[in-house]
Design a binder for this molecule. Structure first.
Ligand code: NAI
Ligand code: ENO
Length: 290
C-alpha cells in the first residue's frame, strides 16, 4: 500500500495507472500534475487524481511513489524539476516507450540517487490519448518491461515488480538496449509504416476517394496511424538508431517483393507470402497483444 502517488502527466497512461492503483486499493491518495492546468483539473473532476498540484515538484512532495507519464522527451526536464525532493524512501517509475534515452537522462540528472528510479514500459496502450480515455483496466493482463541498470536498487526493482504484478501484469526484465532493439521492430517500425501508408495515400490526388472504399484489412492495418503525434515524434527521435536499422530491413523486404511482382516471379512471390502468412498464423499472441 502506498500513501501517496505523485503523478506527473495525467494522460492516458498516467491516468489509467492512477485508476488501476485506486481500484486495487493500493494507494491512499493521488496528487497529480500535468503541463496544462486544464488537464490537471479534468483529471480531478474525473476522480483520476485527488489533489491538483501546481508543479511537478509539488506533486512529488510527500509521495512514496512517483510515476512519470509524460512524452519521453520531457523525462529529463521533469526529473530536473523534481530532483530536490527525491528521497531514498521513494520509488520512481516511468512508462516511456523508449528506454535508452530515459535511463541516460535519469543517470545524468539523478546521479547518486538514480537507484530509486525503475524504468518501465507497459506494453499496453491505445491509439487515443488524454485523461478522458483513462481506464482502470488498461494494464490488466498486459506485459510490462522493466529495464533496470547496474545502479538500480534491488529493493526498488522488487517493489516495482510486485506493484505491476498486483495490477495483473506479466513482468519481464531486460536491458534498455535490448528493449530498444526489440521495440524498434515490433512497435516503432509498425507505427512508422502506418504513418507513411496514410501519407502515401492522402498525398495522391484521388487518395480521399480511395480511402472511402477501404475495408476491414485497411482498418486493422492503419489503426495505429491515428496515434498521438507528439508522443510518436519523441519516440521515433529517441530510438532513431534502432529504428533506422529496422527501416533498412523493411526496405529490403519490400523491395524484394516489389521486384518479384514487377518481374512476374509467381512461385517465388508465393513462397515469400507463404513465409509471412505462416509466421503470422503461428505467432503466439502474447497477453499484451490480445
Ligand atoms: N499511448 C500509448 O499507447 C502508450 C504510451 N506510452 C508512453 O507513455 C507516456 C505518456 O503517453 P500517453 O499517456 O499516451 O500520453 P497523453 O498525451 O495521454 O498524456 C501525457 C500527459 O503528459 C502531459 N505532459 C506533457 N509534457 C509534460 C511536462 N513536461 N510536464 C508535465 N506534464 C506533461 C500532457 O499534458 C498529458 O496530460 C509516453 O512517454 C509514451 O511513450 C507507453 C505505452 C503505451
Ligand atoms: O495501440 C496499440 O495497439 C499499441 O501498440 C499501443 C502502444 C503504443 C506504444 C507503446 O509503447 C506500447 C503500446
Amino acid at each position: 500500500m502506498f500513501e501517496q502517488l505523485g503523478l506527473i502527466g495525467c494522460g492516458l497512461m498516467g491516468g489509467s495507472f492512477a485508476l488501476a492503483l485506486k481500484r486495487a486499493g493500493l494507494v491512499r491518495r493521488v496528487v497529480g500534475y500535468s503541463k496544462s492546468p486544464s488537464t490537471t483539473e479534468r483529471a480531478r473532476q474525473l476522480g483520476v487524481i485527488d489533489i491538483e498540484a501546481p508543479s511537478a515538484l509539488l506533486a512529488v512532495s510527500g509521495a512514496d511513489l512517483v510515476l512519470l507519464a509524460v512524452p519521453v522527451a520531457a523525462i529529463e526536464s521533469t526529473l530536473k524539476a523534481i530532483r530536490h525532493l527525491i528521497d531514498p524512501n521513494m520509488l520512481i517509475m516511468d512508462v516511456g516507450s523508449s528506454k535508452r534515452d530515459v535511463v541516460d537522462a535519469a543517470r545524468r540528472v539523478l546521479k547518486q540517487d538514480v537507484g530509486v528510479f525503475v524504468p518501465c514500459h507497459p506494453i499496453a496502450g491505445r491509439e487515443v490519448s488524454g485523461v478522458d480515455n483513462a481506464d482502470a483496466g488498461l494494464y490488466g493482463g498486459r506485459q510490462i518491461i522493466l529495464t533496470p541498470i547496474d545502479r538500480t536498487l534491488t529493493t526498488k526493482l522488487d517493489k516495482a515488480r510486485a506493484l505491476w504484478q498486483a495490477l495483473g501484469c506479466e513482468v519481464i526484465e531486460m536491458s534498455p538496449e535490448a528493449h530498444d532493439a526489440a521495440f524498434a521492430a515490433v512497435s516503432h517500425l509498425p507505427h512508422l509504416v502506418a504513418f507513411a501508408l496514410m501519407n502515401s495515400i492522402t498525398g495522391q490526388a484521388d487518395g480521399q476517394s480511395y480511402l472511402s472504399m477501404a475495408g476491414p484489412g485497411f482498418r486493422d492495418f492503419s489503426r495505429i496511424a491515428a496515434s498521438d503525434p507528439q508522443m510518436w515524434r519523441d519516440v521515433l527521435i529517441a530510438n532513431r538508431e534502432e529504428i533506422g536499422r529496422q527501416v533498412e530491413h523493411f526496405h529490403r523486404a519490400l523491395e524484394e517483393l516489389q521486384h518479384l511482382i514487377a518481374t512476374g516471379q509467381t512461385d517465388e512471390l508465393e513462397r515469400l507470402i507463404n513465409r509471412a502468412s505462416h509466421a503470422r498464423a503461428n505467432w503466439r499472441v502474447s497477453p499484451s497483444a490480445r
